[in-house]
Every structure is written in C-alpha cells, then in structure tokens.
Design a protein around this ligand. Sequence first.
Ligand SMILES: *[C@@H]1O[C@H](CO)[C@@H](O)[C@H](O)[C@H]1NC(C)=O
Ligand SMILES: *[C@@H]1O[C@H](CO)[C@@H](O)[C@H](O)[C@H]1NC(C)=O
Ligand SMILES: *[C@@H]1O[C@H](CO)[C@@H](O)[C@H](O)[C@H]1NC(C)=O
Ligand SMILES: *[C@@H]1O[C@H](CO)[C@@H](O)[C@H](O)[C@H]1NC(C)=O
Ligand SMILES: *[C@@H]1O[C@H](CO)[C@@H](O)[C@H](O)[C@H]1NC(C)=O
Ligand SMILES: *[C@@H]1O[C@H](CO)[C@@H](O)[C@H](O)[C@H]1NC(C)=O
Ligand SMILES: *[C@@H]1O[C@H](CO)[C@@H](O)[C@H](O)[C@H]1NC(C)=O
Ligand SMILES: *[C@@H]1O[C@H](CO)[C@@H](O)[C@H](O)[C@H]1NC(C)=O
Ligand SMILES: *[C@@H]1O[C@H](CO)[C@@H](O)[C@H](O)[C@H]1NC(C)=O
Length: 313
Amino acid sequence: MKTIYVLVFFCFLLFLVAEARTTNQTDCKTFNCGNLDFDFPFFSTGMPSRCGLFKMNCSDHEVLEIQLAENGSWYKVTSVSQALTITITDPRLNRSLETGTCSDLSSFSLPDSPWLNMTTLYKCNNSRNKNGFAYANCGGGGSSLYYSNLGESHNETGCSAFKTPQSWVIPRNKNLSNVNATFSLHLNLPGSCYRCHRRGGECKMNEGEFYCVEALIDPKSHDPKSHDPKRQEKLKLGLGVALTAVVIIIMVTIIIVRANNARKSDWNGENVEAVAISKFCLGNGTRNIGKEQCEFNLLKSKLSLQEVRFVSE
Ligand SMILES: *[C@@H]1O[C@H](CO)[C@@H](O)[C@H](O)[C@H]1NC(C)=O
Ligand SMILES: *[C@@H]1O[C@H](CO)[C@@H](O)[C@H](O)[C@H]1NC(C)=O
Ligand SMILES: *[C@@H]1O[C@H](CO)[C@@H](O)[C@H](O)[C@H]1NC(C)=O
Ligand SMILES: *[C@@H]1O[C@H](CO)[C@@H](O)[C@H](O)[C@H]1NC(C)=O
Ligand SMILES: *[C@@H]1O[C@H](CO)[C@@H](O)[C@H](O)[C@H]1NC(C)=O
Ligand SMILES: *[C@@H]1O[C@H](CO)[C@@H](O)[C@H](O)[C@H]1NC(C)=O
Ligand SMILES: *[C@@H]1O[C@H](CO)[C@@H](O)[C@H](O)[C@H]1NC(C)=O
Ligand SMILES: *[C@@H]1O[C@H](CO)[C@@H](O)[C@H](O)[C@H]1NC(C)=O
Ligand SMILES: *[C@@H]1O[C@H](CO)[C@@H](O)[C@H](O)[C@H]1NC(C)=O
C-alpha cells in the first residue's frame, strides 16, 4: 500500500514539473478581435510582451489598435492580410492632413523597427533642388524639404532622417506626393522567429542580426551566445522529467511483477500443502481412519506446512 502512495506522489511531482514548463507558452494564446483570430507576431494587451512583437488593443471591438514598437504610439488598424501586410492609420497625421495644419512632416516618424519594411526620408534645411521627395501638403513652414534619395550626401549638415511608409516615396505627379495617413506596412519576420516563439523564446534583433532569447533567460541580455547555458538548463529539466518517468515505469513494473509472484506463490503454497497431506494420507499414515478423515484431521490440526512436509517424507 505504501508503494501506491509513493507512486501517487511521483505522478503529482511529474504533473507539477510539466505544468511549470508549459505555463509560459499557455500565457500566449490566439485571441479574437473583430471576428479575426490573431496570434504571433501579434499579442493582446494583458499578455506579457514576450508573447509577440506587435501589441494590439482590442477592448473596443469596433476599433482595433496596434503598437509598432514597445510603449510606442497607437495606430488604427484597417486591415491585416494573410501575407502579413498591415494597413493602418496614424490618427495624429490624419488630423493634421485633414485640418491642413501640417507644417512639419518631421514630427511624423515611424519607429525604427527591424520587423517592418520602411523607407527613409531626409528633412533638409537647404533648398537646393535635388531629385526626390518634396512634400506639398506639409509645406506650410516653407523651410523644409523632404528627400528620399540623398544617398551618401544625407550626412551633410542640415538634413535629418526619419522612417516613412514605402508608398510615400513614389510621387503621383511632380508636385504631389503620396503622403497619406492611411498606409500599408509589410511585416518582415524570419522563419526562425516563429520557431523561437514556439520554443517559448523571444525574438530579438541586434545590429541586423536575428537572435532568440530562450525561455529561461534574463530578457535584458543581448548577447546572442548567452542562451547556451540556459538551453542546457532547459535540457536538464527535460532530462529530469524523462528520468522521473522512467523511474515510475520501473516502479510500476516491479510492483506488478511482485504482486503476480505473491499470488503465484500463495497458490503454490496451498497446492504443496494439499499434495503433502494427500500423499501422507495415502501412505501408511492413514491408520484405518480412511483417507478423507486423515486429510480432515491433518487440516484441522495446527500442523504447519513444514511439519506436514516433514511427516510426509
Ligand atoms: C517564464 O518566463 C519568465 C520571464 O519571462 C521566466 O522568468 C521564467 O523562468 C519562465 N519560466 C519557465 C518555466 O520557462
Ligand atoms: C485600449 O483602448 C481602450 C479604448 O478603446 C482604452 O480605454 C484602454 O486604455 C486601451 N488599453 C491600453 C492598454 O492602451
Ligand atoms: C515600457 O514600459 C514599461 C512600463 O512602463 C517599462 O517597464 C519598459 O521598460 C518599457 N519598455 C521600453 C522598451 O521602453
Ligand atoms: C481621418 O480624418 C477624417 C476627417 O477628420 C475622418 O473622417 C476619418 O475617420 C479619420 N480616419 C481615421 C482612421 O481616423
Ligand atoms: C522587405 O525587406 C526585405 C529585406 O529587408 C526584403 O527581402 C523583402 O522583399 C521586403 N518585402 C517587401 C514586401 O517589400
Ligand atoms: C558622417 O559625417 C561624420 C563627420 O562629419 C563622419 O564621422 C561619419 O562617419 C559620417 N557618417 C557616414 C554614415 O557617412
Ligand atoms: C535647420 O536650420 C535651423 C536654423 O536655421 C536649425 O535650428 C534646425 O535645427 C535645422 N534643421 C535641421 C534638420 O538641421
Ligand atoms: C506643379 O507646380 C508648378 C509650379 O509650382 C505648376 O506650374 C504646375 O502647374 C504644377 N503641376 C501640377 C500637376 O499641379
Ligand atoms: C489614403 O489611402 C486610403 C487607403 O489606401 C484611400 O482610401 C484614401 O483615398 C487615400 N487618401 C488620399 C488623400 O489619397
């Protein structure tokens, strides 16, 4: 009976270990917003930030909002395509463009995210007529021009860079650009990012190099090699679970085999006893009382099996 308790205890332990391992992944689940299902690389407010790269606020089911960077500005989502192209509106720029008070486009800038395809524009003080992007709508201030193809010369003083949607830099005609508060961005994630997430890790980019912060690591670490010892730790944990399982299987096997043996030997014992008594009563030990009576007497008496055996030999 004690072994049963030990077994139950081990099973409980195994369950606890397994539970602890999966908790981090179960925090991140598919969420529904406006009849659409989202999962990685999107995550919902209320989930930990390791669940994805783009936080979504879905508390108002009419208006879905998205953050392009951690703690960044919120953008209204118009659509999300299967090919991971999101169409969003910057409400601040929308307001500026609608009211016609947009005088300085450089107050607009998308976060410099490694996961988004964007282009760079340069705001320059000098009014040299370069080929490129010169924005009409926001020309109110009169001093700033916006260039897309400065090349090496962007380093010249008087120019500053900012990130914009790719669609902006294709002018519709010579005087008018495509600046629009509603624009599309293509999410560009390496496949290893999805694998990293499935392992419970966090996808990071440092100086153009992708790396995975494993589940059991300090999220602040930016050294791509630093996940190795932690990975071993995880491996050890897995090994521990496997070992526990093996021990339990062995224990169960031993208990079953023992129980079987015990039953078999009980049966054998009875059998040997009966055979011994029968043998004894068939021989000259009957003393005219008959075989049945002899057997009955022997069984009734407190003769142990050993004694009967001894007698019968
Ligand atoms: C879950 O994640 C947290 C922080 O991201 C980490 O401290 C913890 O060790 C992780 N637990 C497991 C079992 O991976
Ligand atoms: C989400 O949006 C609602 C309004 O739509 C707002 O009240 C709430 O504070 C937002 N949540 C976050 C985390 O920004
Ligand atoms: C975002 O905000 C949270 C809480 O305000 C802070 O702990 C975290 O460091 C911030 N992250 C970044 C990248 O600024
Ligand atoms: C942009 O501004 C116009 C006019 O102010 C408004 O009708 C429209 O709803 C706005 N779009 C978004 C996505 O905020
Ligand atoms: C996005 O940029 C990557 C390289 O940075 C490129 O391989 C990919 O084709 C681009 N995707 C789109 C839709 O422009
Ligand atoms: C920009 O110019 C500074 C000095 O004026 C120089 O040190 C730097 O390397 C230049 N950067 C690029 C990207 O050319
Ligand atoms: C443009 O020139 C003004 C002064 O003439 C200066 O204050 C401003 O910082 C300059 N802008 C850039 C982007 O260099
Ligand atoms: C572009 O601007 C020039 C002068 O500023 C004007 O003469 C021309 O008609 C404009 N073209 C269009 C298509 O608006
Ligand atoms: C901005 O883009 C949206 C969607 O692509 C389009 O419906 C709208 O007409 C555009 N606005 C302007 C001023 O071009």
